[in-house]
Design a protein around this ligand. Sequence first.
Ligand code: GSH
Length: 279
Amino acid sequence: MSDRSSYVPPAVWQPAPSGGNFASINRPVAGPTHDKALPVGQHPLQLYSLATPNGVKITIMLEELLALGHAGAEYDAWLIRISEGDQFSSGFVEVNPNSKIPALLDRSVQPPVRVFESGAILLYLAEKFGALLPSGHAERAETLNWLFWQMGSAPYLGGGFGHFYVYAPEKFEYPINRFAMEAKRQLDVLDRRLAESRFIAGAEYSIADIAIWPWYGALVLNELYGAAEFLSVHEYTHVQRWAREIAQRPAVVRGRRVNRTWGDAATQVPERHQASDLG
Ligand SMILES: N[C@@H](CCC(=O)N[C@@H](CS)C(=O)NCC(=O)O)C(=O)O
């Protein structure tokens, strides 16, 4: 192994420039950096987000709910440019004290309910509309197993593997090896599950699929980190089959476009306020 560092941690850590993508928005404290209220649209649900894997979980969920006929799931999706620090506005911090997208405000109830953490938002919406979360005790437990599996696992894929493979200022062998190992182990967990089950939690498409697909589905379709060859994703044939099936769902195609400001210009919908915004 190369890259053995001579770095010796000091007795007390001090902030230092780290380089790499996102270094400019990282800081060791929470709370707002500036006073700015969030915009509010006409719909009951106000989403403040960006089309990252965590963000599209919610726009896919909302588009699925609308496709199922839940008119109460109409939403305004406002763009939060995380690279410009929008997540540190006073208004955003009021909705999510953790300053990360996605964040949801449900104004259909008084007082309005704030919901942050993508898993909590998926669960909130599933319960509010009675959809995409089985009601049977065992099936519900299995769905929540995988929803929480995703919340615990994806940081190793995104903050671990993706960070060091793509965003870090240099290619460091130790963390890339460590997190590639874990990413492949997680893919194998999913592959074994999907060998026995059409969808993640069973026969029914659910919030577990919606949470997991934007990370692991996109990864095996080579739409995340350009790492398909590096991680030999062709080995995970069941994940591939599942990923392709979900990618074709119209609500998934629509949801992935909302709050998107990169890639093919024709597919970008930076803000969504009505169905016609998606063409
Ligand atoms: N566990 C959170 C993670 C959210 C998250 O990491 N969001 C990222 C974008 S994908 C973000 O807002 N980053 C901005 C920042 O760290 O300042 C969730 O699932 O909602």
